[in-house]
Design a protein around this ligand. Structure first.
Ligand SMILES: Cc1cc2nc3c(=O)[nH]c(=O)nc-3n(C[C@H](O)[C@H](O)[C@H](O)COP(=O)(O)OP(=O)(O)OC[C@H]3O[C@@H](n4cnc5c(N)ncnc54)[C@H](O)[C@@H]3O)c2cc1C
Length: 396
């Protein structure tokens, strides 16, 4: 018998990864899944957040020196995937604590800010909001007009941000802002605004189809201490590097939503009878399940591969590929799950309906599918050495 030239390419979880994933799975399946309907009206899932803080999940992006559990991006993605299987709103709330805003503070904030905020983030006592999107510019970052004037030891922040998650609950806001009016993408840095700062106003509110509220936030000449300048006008490249982590964590939620919907649909296809037999025995249903399963497995491969490159931030091309594919796969798979459930699948009371609505978010936040396709396409066009074909584009 010939020996294979390479080991089969597979992800094998460590004992520690199995343990944390197993603990989160138990919580999600026994608690979060049952209570999910309660969060469709905009209520914040405080109870779930506290449960996750107790087992160290909220400190996944925080170094141990500040009370965190400092997980690898891959491990963090595995945890978010589990939570998303049962509750989109909870997964999004956790993303706020383990995502880009926490990573920016943990990497770039001065020591006193890290010591003040990060332990509270781990305990679930400080929710962090991120304010990037402006009414006139979301994707088009170069058109941001929010500006911070830096004069001696004070900063003055002026501008309007919108579609901000968790603004009502937030103890602090990480705000992308032009610095001293410097034009273009490269003029954008970032400041920290803490709750209670005079001039910080929540001026508008949107309820999403996923369940949560998003806010318009106005910064009306907010005066901030100099230490709140997290990144100055040369900071944009660093912000984008940190943002690549979001491009692995956002799709881990998409993947979890699809997996949760698939589990529900498979169970239902075995139990629900029509014409004297389980609906899963009809070819029309079996093929759906087969396609859903294949798409989920393909997504896992892309996502885990991207996560494995994080050091500390993941490879931009692999993260973009994973994000586009997982986001769009999630919408297809959750939609098919709704179809398998028939009319019940369209009601709020059934989990598949809520997972489907949550799945619509993925391709809108953290870089839209269109802009990430552009990034991937540009990279393909720029790669001139095709000696190895497309395999030459990555180390895998
Ligand atoms: C649930 C949810 C939570 C969010 N949370 C936050 C948050 O916490 N903080 C925050 O700052 N923002 C948040 N957002 C906002 C989100 O980041 C923006 O919606 C996103 O960046 C897109 O910006 P936009 O909505 O202004 O769309 P636009 O940028 O106006 O884009 C509209 C459409 O045009 C397309 N488009 C734009 N440029 C191009 C191009 N060059 N080529 C091809 N197509 C293009 C886009 O892909 C999109 O389909 C959230 C959004 C949602 C839905």
């Amino acid at each position: 018998m010939s020996t294979p030239m390479t080991e089969p390419f597979r992800f094998k979880l460590t004992d520690e990864q199995r343990q944390i994933v197993g603990t989160v799975r138990d919580l999600t399946q026994s608690e979060f899944k049952q209570h999910g309907l309660a969060y469709m009206n905009g209520a914040f899932p405080w109870e779930n957040i506290r449960r996750l803080a107790d087992i160290g999940v909220l400190g996944m992006a925080v170094p141990q020196a500040y009370g965190g559990s400092e997980f690898a991006v891959f491990d963090t993605a595995l945890v978010l995937e589990e939570i998303a299987k049962g509750c989109y709103v909870t997964a999004m709330a956790v993303l706020g604590e383990v995502g880009v805003q926490t990573r920016i503070i943990a990497t770039y904030a001065p020591e006193p800010i890290k010591r003040r905020l990060l332990p509270a983030v781990c305990r679930g006592e400080c929710i962090l909001a991120i304010c990037m999107t402006e009414p006139q510019a979301g994707t088009d970052v170069a058109n941001y007009v929010t500006n911070t004037v830096v004069r001696g030891t004070t900063l003055r922040l002026k501008g309007v941000k919108t579609l901000c998650s968790r603004a009502e609950e937030a103890g602090a806001f990480v705000v992308f802002t032009r610095i001293n009016g410097t034009p273009g993408r490269d003029g954008i840095g970032c400041v920290l605004v803490e709750k209670g700062t005079p001039g910080l106003v929540l001026s508008g509110k949107f309820h999403t189809m996923g369940g949560e509220y998003l806010h318009e936030v106005r910064f009306e000449d907010c005066e901030l201490p100099a230490e709140n300048l997290l990144l100055a006008e040369d900071g944009f490249k660093k912000l984008i590097s940190a943002f690549n982590t979001q491009r692995c964590l956002n799709p881990s939620i998409s993947l979890g939503l699809a997996e949760g919907a698939f589990d529900e649909a498979l169970r239902y296809a075995r139990e629900r009878a029509a014409f004297g037999r389980p609906i899963g025995e009809f070819q029309g249903m079996r093929w759906k399940l087969a396609d859903m399963y294949n798409e989920i497995e393909a997504s896992r491969g892309l996502l885990y591969r991207a996560c494995a490159t994080a050091n500390p931030f993941p490879d931009p091309l692999l993260a973009a590929q994973a994000k586009v594919y997982c986001n769009e796969m999630s919408l297809r798979v959750t939609s098919e799950a709704v179809q398998i459930f028939g009319g019940y699948g369209f009601t709020d009371e059934y989990l598949v309906s809520r997972l489907y609505r949550g799945a619509r978010y993925g391709s809108l936040g953290g870089g839209t599918s269109e802009t990430l396709r552009d990034l991937i396409g540009k990279r393909l066009m720029a790669s001139t050495d095709l000696t190895d074909g497309i395999l030459g584009l990555s180390d895998f």
